[in-house]
Design a protein around this ligand. Structure first.
Ligand SMILES: NC(=O)c1ccc[n+]([C@@H]2O[C@H](COP(=O)([O-])OP(=O)(O)OC[C@H]3O[C@@H](n4cnc5c(N)ncnc54)[C@H](O)[C@@H]3O)[C@@H](O)[C@H]2O)c1
Length: 387
């Protein structure tokens, strides 16, 4: 029986992937084998000794101290792409909200007073304040062409926009999905200087924090619109507000309320609704539950954020999973310990990623407790588990 600790409500479709005969899932549970969460902040929360995996039903993992889990040999799984369509649809809505002054226009409509004649008169007099622009023919810059950025770029092409993109780490998978009409920028500065609207779809990390700052905004076209459905910290909000005040930016559309931006008349601020659709929540919970299940039951790692993809069909009666530092001679020492116990390796797969590596070994006979302890005590081994 595996125990799963949940920190947020996880959509039922995902929980159904963890059958009750084998899984106990609860928001309060002792000695959990895995943690499932959405946006709960795990920073500062002690890591239970028993935890083997963490599943984030969403894309971003900045609410999880991934480095600390990595040092313990615990893979952190997320569900990239599962909410991409939901975010894309809101970004497209954001383009229209800004282009047609929709929030301010709705406020105006709500403020209309009097009978129908009076309303008609006020409408005809007042509507010129909301003259907008059309998206067709405008240039949209998409920074970050991952699951969301690709969908935004393709949808904008469908709206008749010109689209230019930049992603120095573009994956083959994303490249396959990206419309061939999307032009390629040479750098962030090149990208944003070419666009009427700029949409950000990069993760928040040390390289992307305040990526859009005063210097970058000075490269943007005067009157451009900035959309941020990525993370608040990717932009320097004070620089953005100053640019809105100075008329350098037409609007800032974002999904991240802060005191500074919600008070700004040219900011269109949504309450972090990007992934908030029933479909996205279901997709995320199903994907992450399946990955946690495959890891707990088979030791397979698929799409974790901190360990390599290592997955193979079961080839023996016993499987050993080992997470270790990515240093020389780890596989040699592990196999030597197994050989000393007269254990025959049927299949072995080892891969590394950055500072960490993971090995799956299939064997025909049980691993004696002292052999497992011996492997665990090898310098650099972070976790060893018989599956
Ligand atoms: N508003 C919301 O509710 C919401 C929902 C989901 C995701 N998000 C945010 O959107 C981000 C993107 O999500 P995704 O699913 O597309 O992720 P993803 O990992 O599929 O794509 C991110 C892309 O950004 C690229 N990238 C990284 N650093 C870059 C840089 N410095 N310059 C240009 N490109 C860079 C990567 O190569 C990758 O292709 C997430 O990290 C998350 O912060 C927000």
């Amino acid at each position: 029986m595996f125990k799963i600790l949940t920190y947020n409500n996880i959509a039922a479709a995902g929980l159904e992937k963890l059958p009750r005969e084998h899984y106990e899932v609860a928001s309060e549970i002792q000695h959990p084998d895995a943690i499932l969460l959405r946006s709960f902040d795990l920073h500062g929360v002690p890591i239970p000794e028993t935890v083997k995996a963490v599943g984030r039903a969403g894309a971003g993992v900045n609410n999880i101290p991934v480095a600390e889990y990595s040092k313990r040999g615990v893979p952190v799984f997320n569900a990239p792409g599962a909410n991409a369509n939901a975010v894309k649809e809101l970004v497209i809505a954001g383009l229209f909200l800004a282009a047609r002054h929709i929030p301010a226009a709705l406020d105006f409509t709500r403020s209309l007073e009097g009978d129908d004649d009076a309303i008609h008169h006020q409408v005809e007099k007042g509507k010129k304040r909301f003259v907008g622009f059309e998206l067709a023919g405008k240039t949209l810059a998409v920074l970050g062409l991952g699951a969301i950025g690709v969908k935004v770029a393709n949808a904008a092409i469908g709206l008749g926009m010109r689209v230019v993109g930049f992603d120095p780490l573009l994956t083959v998978e994303s490249a396959w999905q990206l419309s061939s009409s999307v032009a390629r920028a040479a750098s962030v500065d090149d990208l944003i200087s070419r666009a009427d609207l700029v949409s950000l779809h990069v993760p928040l990390n040390d390289q992307t924090r305040h990526l859009i700052n005063a210097a970058r905004i000075s490269f943007m076209k005067k009157g451009a619109t900035l959309l941020n459905f990525s993370r608040a910290g990717v932009v320097d909000e004070s620089a953005v507000c100053a640019a809105l005040d100075a008329g350098r930016l037409h609007a800032y559309v974002c999904d991240f309320p802060s005191r500074r931006v919600i008070g700004h008349p040219k900011a269109i601020v949504l309450p972090h609704l990007g992934a908030s659709t029933a479909e996205a929540e279901e997709n995320c919970s199903v994907i992450v539950a399946e990955r946690i299940k495959d890891y707990l039951e088979n030791g397979n790692i698929r799409h974790s954020v901190n360990f390599p993809d290592v997955s193979m069909p079961r080839g023996g009666n016993v499987r050993l999973g080992v997470a270790n530092e990515n240093v020389p001679n780890m596989v040699g020492q592990i196999s030597a310990a197994l050989a000393e116990a007269d254990l025959n390796i049927i299949d072995l797969l080892n891969k590394s990623r950055g500072d960490y590596a993971y090995t799956l070994i299939d064997l025909n006979s049980a691993i004696p407790a002292e052999t497992l302890e011996r492997i665990r005590s090898i310098k650099g081994v972070l976790m060893a588990r018989v599956i």
